[in-house]
Design a protein around this ligand. Structure first.
Ligand SMILES: Nc1ncnc2c1ncn2[C@@H]1O[C@H](COP(=O)(O)OP(=O)(O)OP(=O)(O)O)[C@@H](O)[C@H]1O
Ligand SMILES: [Mg+2]
Length: 332
């Protein structure tokens, strides 16, 4: 791995949706580091907590979501600042747009059809106290960089195709050159051609230094493999495994990762020879998740300890962490 300078870290974070009757343990005791100059892919089934995790990274925490425990740090000018001790408003004012930017799931559909693209730039200029015309000319340049005619800035979102809209969204989101960019399922709604263009634009932005590190959330392991340095596998609100991308594809450690990779129809011979199987059962309800390892009811390797104890996320090979008793001494 290239640069191991840590840009962001969270420690033992629990972020729960506290509803009237129940609590949804969407992110439960998660620790994660993001390095400078890396692309990190976060994968996991629907409801595994990926979007919630992205909201914790950016401290976009709004009721009913509650940060129950843990700390979140962002490196600012070489020093870690604990952003979890600040309010959402404070983090938003100080760091959003410049240090950290999130492009939410389905962002391109959230653009107001009756608001011109340039209006978003004007809003940004206003909220950051930047000269409007200066930012607009920067936006024109950025639009060109993502392959859009700058004239589109004067158009309404409904006039753009899906692929163009998504590129416009990313152009606007990165206008202040955020250090850390989080994109949540940015390609899911695009056709294959536009997916390719979008990924190219994204990697180009990193190459040009417009953004430094990228968190890419997706269901699509093939995409992660194409662009990411590391992969994080989430299962039921927890991290099952973190690993450099090629190592995890060649040799997935966690039984859930093995199942995930096997269920992806892929031409890769090393994956294909393991056969195509799906993981039996369904992900648990996060109001009342299974005891011990949350994956144990679906795991064909489950041992007694897996029902009783929560496996910690441990480094078991260089740069490879897994939360599974199969790889730990305690199993005996
Ligand atoms: N506003 C909310 N109120 C209550 N529960 C929520 C809320 N948002 C998400 N959840 C629950 O939190 C858990 C994690 O959801 P989250 O959206 O983070 O998953 P995800 O991995 O992003 O899923 P997807 O792949 O479908 O986008 C799920 O059980 C979900 O039902
Ligand atoms: Mg999501």
């Amino acid at each position: 791995m290239k640069n191991r300078e840590i840009l962001f870290k969270m420690e033992n974070v629990k972020a729960y949706y506290k509803l009237e009757e129940v609590t949804v343990k969407a992110v439960d005791d998660v620790s994660l580091e993001i390095f400078e100059d890396e692309v990190i892919g976060i994968v996991g089934e629907s409801g595994s907590g990926k979007t919630t995790l992205s909201n914790v990274i950016s401290m976009n925490i709004m009721k009913p979501l509650t940060l129950v425990e843990g700390k979140v740090f962002l490196k600012i000018n070489g020093e870690f600042e604990e952003i979890s001790s600040m309010s959402r408003e404070e983090v938003k004012k100080k760091f959003w747009g410049k240090e950290i930017t999130i492009v939410p799931q389905a962002a391109m559909n959230a653009l107001m059809p009756t608001i011109k693209m340039s209006k978003y730039i004007e809003h940004l200029a206003q909220s950051h106290g930047i000269d409007k015309n200066e930012l607009l000319s920067k936006a024109e340049k950025r639009f060109e960089e993502v392959g859009l005619d700058p004239l589109w800035l004067k158009r309404y979102p409904f006039e753009l195709s899906g692929g163009m809209k998504q590129r416009a969204v990313i152009a606007i989101a990165t206008i202040l050159n955020p250090v850390l960019l989080i994109v949540d399922e940015p390609t899911s709604a695009l056709d294959v051609v536009n997916q390719k263009i979008f990924l190219k634009v994204l990697m180009q932005m990193k190459k040009m230094g417009i953004v430094k590190s990228i968190v890419f959330i997706t269901h699509d392991i093939a995409t992660v493999r194409q662009i990411a340095d590391r992969m994080v596998v989430m299962y039921a609100g927890k991290i099952a495994e973190i690993s450099p991308i090629e190592e995890i594809v060649q040799k997935p450690l966690h039984p859930y990762t093995q199942g995930l990779l096997n269920s992806v129809l892929t031409p890769e011979p090393e994956i294909r020879k393991r056969g195509i199987t799906t993981i039996p059962g369904a992900p648990p309800n996060l109001v009342n998740p299974p005891s011990g390892c949350r994956f144990h009811p679906r795991c064909s390797y489950a041992m007694d300890i897996c029902k009783e104890k929560v496996p910690p996320l441990k480094e078991i090979e260089k740069n490879r962490k897994v939360a599974c008793f199969l790889y730990m001494e305690e199993r005996k």
